[in-house]
Design a protein around this ligand. Structure first.
Ligand code: FAD
Length: 391
């Protein structure tokens, strides 16, 4: 159960207009009706609720911040609150959205030619084609800029891709995988849209994952996969172009962290009302109030950073260090908050049914993906000192 507590103490939602608030209210209803009742069961079985995809498509939320022919781009502030709402119920499901809508559609929008955008974005918006984003490799995710081992070799009108990717969200069922590979000719990182039925491509689900269990992460292999030149993202010419995508999606992970914080705050606040010890609700004890007040402080500060970041993205002036700081700061606060919410609930904090154990585990994934805290810290550190600590 969730307490009806104020999760937006400084009223950031007042920055939204009525239309945006109405869309978010519809999404919240949808999630509470369709996702929340089945989420623990799917998490326990590590299965994705595929049956929800056609229903989700009806909400028309994919690629919201991308300009489409019949739907102008909406504000990043709105897509941020969409990530918050999804993550408030389940951060695996939010990751499905983040990978498909932010990373895959975002790559095609940022690095695809107008023809490529017209070819792939409309079916992805309707969720008829599901996207994935393949950057990380088995040898590691932090050193992807310099250390990419997947190669692309041009042969006439085709490219031949060889290599492997690891951790790829939606990888087991995606139709279109944006794959980042090094061109053997000029050593630059380029982006390719690999289609799942291309010969030489294979995906295997990663098993025994104890966070974001609903997210289907996969090991991908590419053995001489032939990709037409028409599937090479025409505006992706170096890792700097990959970074354009990541800068924005790091802002979205900050929103996800705020969403998970919102969910566990509501659940633990209700628990503090219901649970009686020493003859009174535990919410009357000062130490329990401290656990709630500290959660609200982190939640409020993170929401402020995420919201301002979204405005800067809308203004086209969002910088790498801002995305990196928002991602690492908000997910660090998240890690504290899920710990405090779990602590507040005693033993029940580690039982799936009570609503905090799942986000407690999921927070670990948010903390490490899209650049670990260390890597994002080094991006911030480089901007502070002018010195790169990466090499
Ligand atoms: P490593 O790079 O091996 O790092 C290990 C440790 O060393 C970390 O603590 C790291 O911070 C630290 N470290 C590394 N270099 C330095 C340094 N210079 N200074 C200080 N510390 C350092 N990737 C995709 O491409 N697509 C996806 O869809 C995707 N989804 C994911 C979903 C989940 C649930 C997870 C967990 C990961 C996902 N990833 C995805 C991969 C993710 O981006 C990587 O896990 C992340 O970049 C870290 O890489 P790594 O796990 O290989 O750790």
């Amino acid at each position: 159960a969730r307490a009806d507590v104020d999760t937006d103490l400084f009223d950031y939602r007042s920055l939204l207009d009525d239309d945006e608030r109405e869309l978010l209210a519809r999404l919240r209803d949808w999630l509470e009706k369709n996702l929340e009742p089945v989420v623990n069961d799917h998490w326990a079985r590590a299965e994705f609720p595929h049956e929800l995809i056609p229903l989700l498509a009806e909400l028309d939320l994919m690629g919201l911040s991308i300009d489409m022919t019949d739907r102008p781009a909406r504000r990043r502030l709105l897509s941020g609150f969409v990530s918050l709402e999804l993550s408030r119920i389940d951060s695996s499901f939010a990751s499905f959205h983040g990978v498909h809508s932010g990373l895959a559609m975002g790559s095609i929008a940022a690095c695809g030619s107008p023809e490529q955008q017209e070819r792939w974005l409309p079916p992805m918006r309707r969720l008829e084609k599901i996207g994935a984003f393949g950057l990380t490799e088995p040898h590691g995710g932090s050193d992807v800029a310099g250390g990419l081992e997947t190669t692309a070799r041009r042969e006439g009108d085709e490219w031949v891709i060889d290599g492997a990717k690891r951790w790829i969200g939606n990888g087991t069922f995606a139709d279109l995988i944006v794959v980042w590979a090094k061109d053997v000719a000029d050593e630059q990182v380029k982006g390719f849209v690999v289609e799942k039925d291309m010969p030489g491509f294979a995906a295997a689900k990663m098993e025994n994952k104890l966070a974001l269990r609903i997210t289907q992460n996969a090991d991908l292999t590419f053995s001489g996969v032939r990709v037409p030149e028409a599937n090479r993202l025409q505006e992706a010419n170096s890792f700097a172009d990959t970074n354009k995508v990541l800068r924005n999606t790091r802002g979205s992970v900050a929103w996800s962290a705020v969403g998970v914080m919102t969910g566990v705050y509501e659940v633990s606040a209700q628990y503090a009302r219901d649970r009686v010890q020493f003859g009174r609700p535990i919410g009357g004890f000062q130490l329990i109030q401290d656990l709630l007040a500290r959660q609200l402080g982190n939640l409020t500060a993170s929401l402020g950073m995420a919201a301002r970041g979204a405005q800067l993205q809308d203004d086209g002036i969002f910088r790498d260090e801002q995305g990196a700081l928002a991602k690492s700061f908000c997910t660090t606060r998240l890690r504290e908050n899920v710990g405090w919410a779990r602590e507040l609930m005693g033993g029940n904090g580690i039982i799936l049914d009570y609503g905090v154990a799942r986000p407690f585990m999921d927070a670990e994934a948010l903390y490490s993906y899209e650049g670990t805290r260390e890597i994002n810290t080094l991006i911030v550190g480089r901007s502070i000192t002018g010195e790169s600590a990466f090499t």
